[in-house]
Write a protein that binds this ligand. Structure first.
Ligand SMILES: C[S@@+](CC[C@H](N)C(=O)[O-])C[C@H]1O[C@@H](n2cnc3c(N)ncnc32)[C@H](O)[C@@H]1O
Length: 307
């Protein structure tokens, strides 16, 4: 079976094991890789590992140094978006919005923001954190591999250490981010190729992404900026800034509507839930957040008769 195929271990069983490992202070992703190699889907363990840590990034901001660091980070990305004339930006893998809040705060009202993450707990923390900081952003849960947005629907797609843990999926991830962006990709991700031997070893051990610049060069457009990112929390996980411009891109004319992550057809609101009639799936909204992942959807081919 290929890495990334649907694996045998049921997600609930994986979650119970992960809760134990997390309670014992173990690294959940590494434990799953050591003990259950080949039995789970990579994005399930990413979801679980990050969900278990939810709240920790916001807690880190009580450290004034970390807060200043994130403010500088937000200002830099906001300046880049301004220099590109970006009108809407979506952060893929937004976590607890502890980067998005500072980008949006620095960018002001010229840019509309949205963000999504594979983890619901982290998205709920993100919603609280954004509200506390007076930032408006449309939030939803989704997998970067299947983003529930139409082609070219957001002016810029941004990431901050989000594709990082999806080693082996670089090409489909970047193609999907590229599909959704109308004009720019603005990525801050750890850079294997420019890393020290120590960083390379660490990135291999954690199964982090590699070869981002090389993969981007195969997409239609040009890599406008490829340079070291100066703000790094971990000196052994240094990132680069990648600004990629799509060939013949044009600014989106309106705000996006969600589409199915399966067949990209429009979703209709039925009884407060999102429904795709052509595939017969209902995408639930949980605690106010739309969950736009096919593995979380409910088969109900006749939902529109009852909604
Ligand atoms: C290191 S954190 C960074 C969070 C945020 N970008 C920030 O700057 O604070 C990585 C985030 O990416 C999310 N993530 C990783 N792989 C993902 C995927 N395939 N789809 C959606 N989210 C993903 C994780 O759940 C996690 O919240």
């Amino acid at each position: 079976m290929q890495r990334g195929d649907w694996k045998l271990l049921r997600k609930s069983k994986l979650l119970l094991k992960a809760i134990d490992w997390f309670g014992q202070g173990e690294n959940v992703v590494q434990m799953a890789r050591q003990k259950l190699e080949g039995e789970y889907r990579d994005q399930d363990i990413i979801e679980i590992a990050y969900d278990l840590q939810a709240g920790s990034y916001i807690a880190n901001l009580t450290d004034p140094k970390m807060l200043t660091h994130k403010e500088e980070w937000g200002q830099r990305i906001a300046d880049i978006l301004r220099s590109l004339g970006v009108s809407s930006a979506c952060e893929a893998g937004t976590g607890e919005a502890t980067t998005l809040a500072f980008i949006a705060g620095a960018a002001g009202s010229e840019v509309t923001f949205s963000g999504f993450d594979i983890s619901l707990s982290r998205t709920l923390h993100a919603r609280d954190f954004l509200a506390r900081n007076g930032v408006e952003a449309r939030l939803f849960c989704a997998d970067i591999l299947r983003i529930p947005l139409p082609d070219s629907s957001v002016d810029a797609v941004i990431t901050n250490h989000s594709i990082e843990p999806n080693g082996g999926f670089e090409r489909p991830l970047l193609e999907e981010l590229f599909r959704v962006c109308a004009r720019y990709l603005v990525l801050v991700e750890p850079d294997y190729e420019r890393g020290t031997e120590e960083q390379k070893k660490r990135m291999r051990e954690h199964n982090y992404v590699r070869g981002i610049a090389g993969h981007l060069e195969h997409l239609p457009g040009r890599l406008r900026t490829y340079e070291g990112w100066p703000l790094n929390v971990n000196p052994h996980n240094k990132a680069s800034l990648f600004v990629f411009e799509k060939r013949d891109g044009t600014r989106p004319s309106s705000e996006f509507d969600f589409v199915s992550p399966v067949n990209r057809r429009p979703l209709a609101e039925v009884g407060g839930e999102l429904f795709c009639a052509s595939e017969g799936l209902v995408y639930p909204t949980v605690l106010g957040i739309p969950i736009l992942r096919d593995e979380c959807a409910v088969v109900c081919t006749q939902a529109d008769r009852f909604g």
